[in-house]
Design a protein around this ligand. Sequence first.
Ligand SMILES: *[C@@H]1O[C@H](CO)[C@@H](O)[C@H](O)[C@H]1NC(C)=O
Ligand SMILES: *[C@@H]1O[C@H](CO)[C@@H](O)[C@H](O)[C@H]1NC(C)=O
Ligand SMILES: *[C@@H]1O[C@H](CO)[C@@H](O)[C@H](O)[C@H]1NC(C)=O
Ligand SMILES: *[C@@H]1O[C@H](CO)[C@@H](O)[C@H](O)[C@H]1NC(C)=O
Length: 414
Amino acid sequence: MAIPLLLAQLLLAVALAAVQAAPGLHPVVLVPGYGTNELDARLTELYQPSSPGCGARKGEGWFRLYLNYSALQDPANVPCFAEQMSSVYDPAADDYSNVAGVETRVPFFGSTQAFRYPDPDRKNFSYMSTFVERLEKMGYRDGETMFGAPYDFRYAVAPVGRPSSIGDAFFRALKGLVERASGLNGGRPVVIATHSFGGQLAHQFLVRQTRAWRQQFVRRFVPIAASWGGVVLGMLTLVSGNNMGLPFVEPRALLRQGRSLQTSLWILPSPAAFGTATPLATTKSRNYSAGDVADYLVAIGFGEAVGPYESRVLPLFGGELPHPGVPVTSVIGVGVGTPERIDYPRDDFDATPSVVAGDGDGVVNLASLVAVQTPWSRHGGDFTLVKVSNMSHNDLLVDDRALDIIVREIQRAD
Ligand SMILES: *[C@@H]1O[C@H](CO)[C@@H](O)[C@H](O)[C@H]1NC(C)=O
Ligand SMILES: *[C@@H]1O[C@H](CO)[C@@H](O)[C@H](O)[C@H]1NC(C)=O
Ligand SMILES: *[C@@H]1O[C@H](CO)[C@@H](O)[C@H](O)[C@H]1NC(C)=O
Ligand SMILES: *[C@@H]1O[C@H](CO)[C@@H](O)[C@H](O)[C@H]1NC(C)=O
């Protein structure tokens, strides 16, 4: 009797191991939000630093440009960071590129290691780690059933047919990653889950694939806190700068850098989400709605952005966004005060404005979060909107109440 019993136990153990190895999870590919993943840089001989200190790493090989939290705590390093994180729009080429002599790369493509912590030496500054750990507790394994799609968040893509070398390369890599994730899991289609800006990007990716490809490889799209129609804050940061959530960095020190990025134009409020009647920014003698963004750019002294805004951004976001062609669950936070109108007291933009708050997740306005609800529900489109009350943009990825909903949607059987 002893031997068969042992054998039975052994077989049971083997069977259990097999169940654990193939837990029936659909692979998940995570696309993080703006400023969430690491970026490496190296400075070549072509780099002309504005001060000798900024050129200290010239010729020294790759280093972590984003994020080195402790380096940015030293105000002397902030101008170097701003210079090296800037990009340049070339109107003749109609494309964006890095500053001359600054080469960049996105490390750990394919792995969630790329964005668990933007600075692995400062683990208490993170947007994604709690969410990734939660997926691991459910049985997801990095590189097996769970994959990360980090990207150079300074760049986006252009409308089809216009140059966008860096964004296009990301889309090719993302396509390969989705196919690999599916292939490693017996051909199961993947769930693409995104946060914030990653949702706008993944949506553009999906609508550029064929219907056959989407049906074969994508099971569900789960955008979390996606800024479909941009954010009113995007108008403010083009005047005041954006410190990327680093409390000790003076936003204005990153103003020029922020203005140089294609992404900064992508997050401007769109007429489709905000309409053309509601003032989003006001001065003493002028109101600017989402339909007046070009005039606003001129008024704030950033007229050179009008060309790329009108040719590369409005064609993508000026009208209703097309359904991405796969089942969608959009998870949003609401009930948190969110900048909805910026009032400049005079006709210039130098004085500190007063900011009127409305509903949203603290960063993304409600109008933007729900902008796709009507068009994507039409004609029986497969679309579910889940609103999490009193939940902020970043808490959606941390709070148990929100994560319970998100993982339920990721695991949902169709
Ligand atoms: C971060 O910056 C500090 C201070 O400049 C430097 O000593 C350190 O080597 C940097 N870390 C990385 C990973 O580059
Ligand atoms: C984060 O960690 C650093 C050291 O790694 C510590 O000095 C700092 O106080 C921590 N911040 C918070 C908010 O816990
Ligand atoms: C701006 O809009 C507000 C309310 O929508 C209106 O009362 C005000 O007259 C407008 N101001 C200008 C200068 O058009
Ligand atoms: C909303 O969330 C905040 C912070 O988590 C909490 O302090 C507050 O009590 C909540 N309010 C409601 C109405 O749930």
